[in-house]
Write a protein that binds this ligand. Structure first.
Ligand code: TTP
Ligand code: MG
Length: 361
């Protein structure tokens, strides 16, 4: 259970520094120390920057800037295209490092994640964990990250942003209000340009100003968001991390346009359902052990039958042939209204120990 109390809850936010650009630099050491820009090709003169190294940021370049605007500011930069498959691979390895610490974990984007480290008990012990994580990522991947530690999810994200790159910012409950006081309002995650300009027009520049503005005024400026921001500004937020519930089953079903006893058509539909659930299974890096088929007839009478196979699988042929066998046993010639398949007994693929048979097959 994740505690939701500011006094005991300690949240860590890890955000990689200039992620795509840093990966390219780690893989091409000759780029080290140079302005590196990842994104659209400047020769084509359209498209935007995905990200750039901190050296390039000194020239005013940033994510989302049109490349046509960036190039004149920094023609000497190295411009590289996005290599998404490489970045995804590195991201997976970093997330594996973070998960290995065995704290409740939530990945929120390709390069950032939250950990609920309340069980460390103290901020001093949390800080040493952050140093250990930074060291491990640097040694294994040659990459830097910034870490924020604070009593809630919002404050942890603001803390990791506070001192980039290679930062480590710890905000204890006692430090929270003084940390927030002079921060600009755009430091609040998710504030967006529109809300920011509304607040600016109202003369609200810092989070301290926000806390001193009455709720009625804030609600009229930014609706419900105004109320949320006020709460955050007063240091009252206690939002924790959201731990994804493991998937229990993968199911698909189809209702026929007209009730049917056309065996070829029903089997064809089952074939498509098998492909569809299999696709999700593989995409989620899962294996299944139980396969269920459901048939509803024209009288709305529903029958299901499940088979548990001896060994977890993600093999389409095995799954489909089990589905067809179950269907043959279950079906006795009536008109079918709906047909469905479900895979359950799911386990993560890598958690199954590799056996000698995997090498022999
Ligand atoms: P961010 O974490 O926002 O940026 P960053 O890691 O490059 O830099 P920072 O040190 O400030 O954290 O985003 C992570 C990656 O997502 C980034 O490397 C590239 C990609 N991205 C885009 O493709 N377009 C965008 O507009 C942004 C903001 C990010
Ligand atoms: Mg980042």
């Amino acid at each position: 259970m994740v505690p939701n109390d500011q006094k005991t809850q300690i949240i860590m936010h890890v955000d990689m520094d200039s992620f795509y650009a840093s990966i390219e630099i780690a893989h091409h050491p000759d780029l080290h120390g140079k302005p590196v820009v990842i994104g659209a090709d400047p020769r084509l003169n359209r498209g935007v920057i995905s990200t750039c190294s901190y050296e390039a940021r000194k020239f005013g370049l940033h994510s989302g800037m049109p490349i046509s605007q960036a190039y004149p500011l920094c023609p000497q930069a190295v411009y590289l295209p996005v290599n998404m498959s490489l970045y995804r691979l590195v991201s997976e390895r970093i997330m594996t490092i973070l998960k290995q610490y065995s704290y409740p974990f939530e990945q929120v984007s390709i390069d950032e994640a939250f950990l609920d480290i309340s069980h460390r008990g103290t901020y001093i012990s949390s800080q040493s964990l952050a140093q250990e994580i930074k060291r491990e990522i640097r040694e294994k991947e040659g990459l830097l990250c910034s870490i924020g530690i604070a009593p809630s999810r919002y404050y942890a994200k603001m803390a990791s942003d506070f001192d980039k790159p290679d930062g480590l910012t710890v905000i204890t409950p006692g430090d929270l209000l003084s940390f927030l006081e002079d921060l600009p309002v755009f430091a609040i995650p998710g504030i967006g340009k529109h809300r920011f300009s509304l607040l600016k027009e109202a003369g609200i520049k810092t989070i301290g100003d926000l806390g001193r503005t009455d709720l009625f005024t804030l609600a009229s400026i930014a609706g419900n968001w105004g109320i949320t921001m006020h709460h955050i500004a007063l240091g009252l937020d206690t939002t924790g991390i959201r731990v994804a519930q493991p998937r229990r089953s993968i199911g698909r079903e189809t209702t026929f346009l007209y009730d049917t006893d056309d065996l070829i058509g029903i089997r064809e539909t089952l074939h498509h359902l098998a492909i569809s659930v299999h696709h999700t299974l593989v995409d989620s890096h899962l294996l299944c052990k139980t396969i269920t088929v459901k048939i509803r007839d024209s009288d709305f009478c529903t029958k299901t039958r499940a088979v548990t196979i001896p060994r977890e699988t993600d093999d389409l042929e095995t799954i489909e042939s089990e589905i067809m066998n179950i269907f043959s046993e279950l079906y006795n010639g009536y008109e079918v209204r709906l047909i469905g398949v479900r895979l359950s007994g799911l386990v993560q693929k890598q958690s199954i120990q590799t056996s000698i048979f995997d090498y022999l097959s």
